[in-house]
Design a protein around this ligand. Structure first.
Ligand SMILES: [Fe+2]
Ligand SMILES: [Fe+2]
Length: 274
């Protein structure tokens, strides 16, 4: 990590992601990453009932009797839908495109597109299909607020959501690795896919923080635990997978980038601390 602010972040993005191609939604280095993954696919021996999965994906709360492994896969799929919904809206409204928009924004939008793919690849280990499902009403309203706020206010709001997202991905990465410890290659693949997302999200937090004034960063820090609790409630599987007191305590502690970055194989970059 270093602290060259937004200029440093731009350099980092070009180094990490390669060329950005908005039309084809491609980052050249990511394509290489996915090609390597596909050449070395991992399959779990764990059998997941597709119908039970699909049915629960459309439910607010899972049916009783759903085991922790399936809860993890449902949480993965549902977080994916909430992200996809937000990224799609921002893209549709051209929020990250244009001569007046700084170049890192195209990179960030494309990284978010890849998150959909990364999370879908977690499901693919279990032979579960990627499906498009609208997130629940409260999440949709939350995402719309984040997308349509005036830009000045948007950074602290989106920044707080990115911070909360880091905590959710960090937790799911840990839980997924634990749950599938009996299949080391599956656990390693889950770790790899989630690590890739977490690396990007740490960068997004730093970028939003760098675009905020100190007063706005203070609001960003205040909003973050509230948004974290909202995410956990709205993706109810996360509430079931985590210890409520532990999650609350984690969200109430200062945001610790070093802790989040520990164990990531990628270099992270924080343009400014939130
Ligand atoms: Fe993301
Ligand atoms: Fe993000």
């Amino acid at each position: 990590m270093n602290d060259n602010g937004i200029d440093g972040y731009r350099t980092y993005l070009a180094r990490r992601d390669g060329e950005a191609d908005l039309l084809n939604r491609r980052l050249s280095s990511r394509e290489e990453f996915f090609a390597a993954l596909e050449a070395d696919s991992v399959r779990s021996a764990h059998r997941v009932d597709r119908q039970v999965f699909a049915r629960n994906l459309r439910r607010r709360r899972p049916e009783s009797g759903v085991d922790r492994q399936l809860l993890f896969l449902l949480a993965t799929a549902k977080l994916n839908q909430a992200e996809r919904f937000g990224v799609g809206l921002g893209e549709t409204y051209g929020h990250n495109s244009g001569d007046d928009v700084p170049p890192e924004r195209v990179y960030m939008e494309l990284e978010e597109h890849y998150h959909t793919r990364l999370l879908a690849y977690v499901l693919d280990i279990f032979d579960l299909p990627f499906q498009v499902v609208a997130p629940p009403l409260v999440m949709r309203q939350f995402v719309k607020t984040a997308v349509f706020l005036p830009e000045r206010m948007g950074f602290m709001f989106v920044g707080a959501a990115e911070m909360a997202g880091c905590i959710m991905f960090h937790q799911l990465r840990r839980i997924g690795v634990e749950l599938f410890a009996d299949e080391p290659d599956v656990a390693a693949r889950i770790d790899r896919l989630y690590s890739e997302i977490l690396t990007d999200e740490v960068g997004h937090v730093g970028y939003c923080a760098a675009r905020c004034t100190p007063a706005e960063r203070a609001i960003m820090r205040r909003l973050y635990p509230r948004i974290g609790r909202l995410f956990a409630r709205q993706t109810f599987e996360i509430s079931l997978l985590t210890d409520r007191q532990e999650l609350n305590a984690l969200l109430d502690r200062p945001f610790d980038v070093d802790e989040l970055s520990a164990g990531l194989s990628n270099e992270t970059f924080l343009a400014a601390h939130p």
